[in-house]
Design a protein around this ligand. Structure first.
Ligand SMILES: C/C(=C\Cc1cc(O)c2ccccc2c1O)CCC[C@H](C)CCC[C@H](C)CCCC(C)C
Ligand SMILES: C[S@@+](CC[C@H](N)C(=O)[O-])C[C@H]1O[C@@H](n2cnc3c(N)ncnc32)[C@H](O)[C@@H]1O
Length: 236
């Protein structure tokens, strides 16, 4: 399947799936995506009082988890260029809990962030890196806005090199796409499988992070290798 890769195409795709995005993720992963997102936030290095950034925040799942981590003395910014997903994020109340950090929602392109250099202590990016048009530029922007010693965790799909690869391909094509089709979103979800073919492997992501001047980069395969988390440190 040829990927029509323009920013406007990606933006429109996510604006179209916005009404069912969260529900589809919960149904199709049996809620497991929430565990994977919590793992990414736990690996992000976020601490109380930090200024945190969630890139490609969508409806704000990781943004709210980051807000819980940095707490009332911290701040969190969620960035996305899908106005429809951001609207859902802004409407959702954080889960009842003690003083999560205030969240600011920003509609912007993560390839051209509207923030100064070295502003954030920590960052997350959940299922965004595979969808940006320029992965090296996205990593360089992330490095630019992180403080020296800042940390980040990037969660996304991972193409396993084990028996789960066949299962993952089957599940995406034979379960995810037919369910999406019931909402008239067959093409939008059919994009998933081929997008994995082009996505850099864990070791390739580590190499790209080093080229973006991150001092430390480690990739952890999770969920049987069907997902992965790239953990970064921006260096002194
Ligand atoms: C939260 C998840 C995916 C987010 C996501 C990312 C994208 O790039 C998309 C592109 C186009 C349309 C939608 C998305 C999108 O939702 C991961 C969970 C949801 C997945 C749709 C389901 C993935 C299932 C795994 C391959 C296998 C799950 C095994 C299991 C626990 C039975
Ligand atoms: C699969 S969703 C992930 C949403 C959320 N992080 C989560 O884990 O559920 C991918 C998100 O990336 C956003 N996105 C893709 N490219 C972007 C870009 N260049 N700038 C800002 N947002 C972008 C899309 O609008 C979409 O909200």
């Amino acid at each position: 399947m040829k990927l029509d890769r323009t920013e406007e195409h990606i933006q429109n795709l996510f604006n179209r799936i916005a009404p069912v995005y969260d529900q589809m993720n919960d149904w199709l992963s049996f809620g497991s995506h929430r565990i994977w997102k919590q793992m990414a936030v736990n690996w992000s290095g976020a601490r109380p009082g930090h200024i945190g950034l969630d890139l490609c925040c969508g409806t704000g799942d990781l943004t709210r988890l980051l807000a819980l981590k940095v707490g009332g003395s911290g701040q969190v910014v969620g960035v996305d260029f899908s106005r429809q997903l951001l609207a859902i994020a802004g409407d959702r109340q954080p889960p009842f809990t003690l003083s999560p950090a205030p969240i600011t929602w920003v509609e912007a392109d993560v390839l051209d962030l509207p923030f100064g250099d070295h502003h954030f202590d920590c960052a997350t990016m959940g299922y965004g890196l595979r969808n940006v048009l320029d992965i090296p530029r996205s990593l360089k922007e992330l490095h630019r806005v992180l403080k020296p010693g800042g940390t980040a965790a990037i969660l996304d799909f991972h193409r396993p090199e084990n028996g789960f690869k066949t299962f993952q391909q089957w599940y995406l094509d034979r379960v995810v796409v037919p369910v999406a089709n019931t909402f008239g979103l067959k093409a939008e979800y059919a994009y998933l499988n081929p997008s994995l073919e082009k996505f850099p492997t864990g070791p390739e992501q580590v190499a790209l992070a080093k080229e973006a001047n991150f001092s430390r980069a480690t990739h952890y395969a999770i969920a049987g290798g069907m997902m992965g988390v790239l953990v970064l440190e921006s260096g002194g």
